[in-house]
Design a protein around this ligand. Structure first.
Ligand code: F6P
Length: 312
């Protein structure tokens, strides 16, 4: 999986070329490129698993790993020999795993297949990656060098930020990730909202916030997959996703390290905001690997509005 030169006789900008032109540091861009390639393997694995839905049987009759577990294996095995990763932390693993020789530059966090329970419904799902320079047990602000997510939907796309804007690429038929949008910029106010959690478990101040959005004519857009739901806010250039504190789960459902920090990094780089209702997601310190946090993420107007409601 070397960098190669790609086919630059065509007038396209692909992911590698974009990162090079954007001046992303060489090891970081090679790592991001490798993860983008691993995304193709994960996609192939999803398709292979889904052959069952189409009536194909596993000819060996053996137990198969769940899709999230097998995606995790694919990612871990590929990153192990990347030369750039010293530690791997995944939603599918109980502890941080040391890989490589220990002297590599980066630590990778992964939610290898977020929303995997949606696979049989044929809704989009995704992979979420955080790339850290230092221990993950700190604030994202201090440790994160880059973040990306991959969507597996009607199209396969990759959205990355290495701290120089947020950019989207679409996988074409030739297997190239072609630049679709550079420097995506959220409007300060959008028109969609994506609210997680059961309404009956929302806290009163959160309910009032959602009611205010409804009154203002915001359209409901919630698929149950964090990646496509965030992607929708980003690609439609505004709006808000929230998974709040619930009466039964005061810290919400989504994981700070694996899900929220990478998305906060990407959305902030697109001019949006991500908070737990009071504090920026990237200023929260990770204390345990599976720590959860409420989240309000998207355009600045809606996130600020959430702050005002939660402060009441
Ligand atoms: O964290 C897993 C996840 O499936 C996210 O992708 C999604 O945003 C959320 O959970 C959906 O939760 P719920 O089923 O409570 O709406």
């Amino acid at each position: 999986m070397g960098e190669g030169i790609g086919d630059y006789t065509k007038n396209i900008v692909d992911l590698r070329r974009h990162m090079w032109m954007a001046g992303v540091e060489v090891e970081l861009r090679r790592l991001i490129w490798q993860i983008a390639v691993v995304g193709k393997y994960i996609s192939a694995n999803i398709h292979e698993a889904n052959r069952k839905l189409a009536g194909f049987k596993n000819i060996y009759g053996e137990d198969q790993l769940s899709l999230d577990r097998s995606s995790d294996e694919i990612l871990k095995n590929q990153l192990q020999f990347s030369g750039f990763v010293r530690e791997y932390a995944s939603e599918e693993q109980e502890t941080i795993i040391k890989i490589g020789t220990g002297s590599e530059k980066y630590i990778v966090t992964a939610d290898p297949l977020d929303g995997s329970s949606l696979v049989d419904t044929n809704l989009a799902i995704g992979t979420i990656i955080g790339i850290h320079k230092e221990s993950v047990f700190d604030t994202g602000k201090k440790t994160m060098a880059a973040a990306l997510y991959i969507t597996y939907g009607p199209l396969m796309t990759i959205v990355y930020s290495a701290g120089k804007g947020t950019h989207e690429f679409v996988l074409n038929r030739e297997g190239e990730y072609v630049l679709a949008q550079e420097n995506i910029s959220l409007q300060t106010k959008g028109s969609i909202f994506s609210p997680g959690g059961l309404r009956r478990e929302w806290l009163p101040e959160h309910r009032k916030f959602i009611e205010a959005l409804e009154k203002d004519g915001y359209k409901l857009r919630y698929s149950g997959g964090f990646v496509p739901d965030i992607n929708q806010v980003l690609i439609k250039k505004g709006g808000i996703f929230t998974y709040p504190a619930l009466t039964k789960a005061p810290r919400g459902k989504l994981r700070l390290l694996f899900e929220l920090q990478p998305m906060a990094f990407i959305i902030e780089q697109a001019g949006g905001q991500a908070t737990d209702g009071r504090t920026d997601i990237l200023s929260l310190k990770v204390e345990i690997l599976d720590q959860c946090s409420p989240v309000y993420i998207g355009s600045t107007t809606e996130v600020q509005m959430a702050h005002q409601f939660l402060a009441k």
